[in-house]
Design a protein around this ligand. Structure first.
Ligand SMILES: Nc1nc2c(ncn2[C@@H]2O[C@H](COP(=O)(O)OP(=O)(O)OP(=O)(O)O)[C@@H](O)[C@H]2O)c(=O)[nH]1
Length: 330
């Protein structure tokens, strides 16, 4: 039986957490601006943005968030930072909040858009520092240099982290969907394939291929030879059908999903594979080995569940095994 588990990606959970953090931060800041610093406009903008942040958080929690909402939130936050840097008392040096923007952009949008947004965000900061800082307090070119360097430093860290995360994610994705021994796609990949077929209400034939008496191979010749046989069988299956149609379900069981062939063609394919393996000589050093496979074939009903077809193929395979093996049952 195959179960499908839905997982939340790291990006989604970071976006959600960031929305919550922004909301809390703005809620904390707004009374300070309204009552203490006497900058009510900034305080009210913060209240507005905090409400919007909490709304994004709620939408993300209930799975209804849209990307446009994160663009809006990042845009509003950027606006607030520069608005405050320009209008609030410069001695508070709120422009420093500009340094958080690369992190916000990278978390929200990933490395590509994060890169461009971060590049753009540097210019308003430098503008504020250059035109707005009193020259008797600050050496503007040094303030700008320091700010730029800090901005680039944070930018580089975000970029490196994001790139590394992207590579790790791809690697993990590959590992999660492939069988390490044979290189075939695995059970998780099969689940995805089934999901896709069901989404398109497509019909498909399922061939469940099982090596006969495989345990004896392991027992007589060792697991190394057993592994070698599995790799050879996988290769053999891939030579007879589209390479991407073959999956290793586990152990010595393989699944072939044929969605373009008719049921009759799938039966012929199964017979062709059974025949090919029966006559294949597994050749390893001095060892010459011949094996057979049993195959159960089933077709999904229109709009039906692929797991039902797999279960039916399993029943047919069981019948083929009971009937003496080296057989195709449909
Ligand atoms: N070498 C190797 N053996 C494995 C692997 N995965 C499962 N096996 C072995 O595959 C064997 C499967 O044995 P059984 O389920 O009894 O099936 P069988 O001997 O093929 O018998 P029938 O299917 O009834 O013809 C067990 O001995 C497992 O240890 C693997 O990755 N490598």
């Amino acid at each position: 039986m195959i179960f499908t588990k839905k997982t939340t990606s790291l990006r989604l959970s970071l976006q959600k957490t960031l929305s919550l953090l922004l909301g809390i931060l703005m809620v904390l800041y707004s009374p300070i601006n309204i009552f203490y610093l006497n900058t009510p406009i900034i305080g009210f903008i913060e209240i507005g943005i905090s409400l919007y942040s909490f709304y994004c958080f709620w939408a993300a929690t209930s799975g209804r968030v849209k990307t446009i909402q994160y663009y809006t939130l990042a845009g509003l936050t950027t606006f607030l930072i520069y608005f405050a840097a320009y209008h609030a008392d410069i001695r508070g040096f709120s422009i420093l909040w500009g340094l958080t923007l690369p992190i916000i952009y990278y978390i929200m949008f990933g490395s590509k858009q994060g890169f461009y947004f971060t590049l753009l965000a540097l210019f308003p900061s430098l503008y504020v520092i250059f035109y707005h800082l009193p020259s008797d307090f600050f050496i503007s070119y040094r303030a700008m240099t320091n700010y730029s360097l800090a901005h680039f430093f944070i930018w580089s860290l975000c970029h490196l982290y994001e790139k590394q995360h992207y590579q790790d994610k791809n690697q993990l994705h590959k590992m999660a969907l492939n069988d390490a021994l044979t290189g075939l796609k695995n059970r998780h990949a099969l689940e995805k394939c089934f999901d896709k077929l069901e989404q398109h209400s497509a019909q498909a034939n399922v061939l469940l291929v099982d090596i006969d008496f495989f345990k004896r191979v392991n027992d007589q010749f060792g697991h190394g030879i057993g592994d070698y046989v599995l790799v050879e069988v996988a290769e053999c299956l891939q030579n007879h059908v589209d390479r991407n149609a073959v999956y290793r379900l586990g152990g010595e069981e393989f699944v072939i999903v044929l969605d373009k062939q008719s049921y009759q063609e799938a039966q012929h394919k199964a017979e062709e594979i059974r025949h090919a393996i029966e006559h294949y000589i597994f050749h390893n050093h001095d060892l010459r080995l011949r094996l057979t496979v049993s195959i159960g074939v089933a077709c999904s009903s229109p709009g039906g569940r692929m797991n039902d077809a797999l279960r039916l193929a399993d029943t047919k395979l069981y019948q083929a095994k009971n009937a003496g093996r080296n057989a195709v049952y449909v």
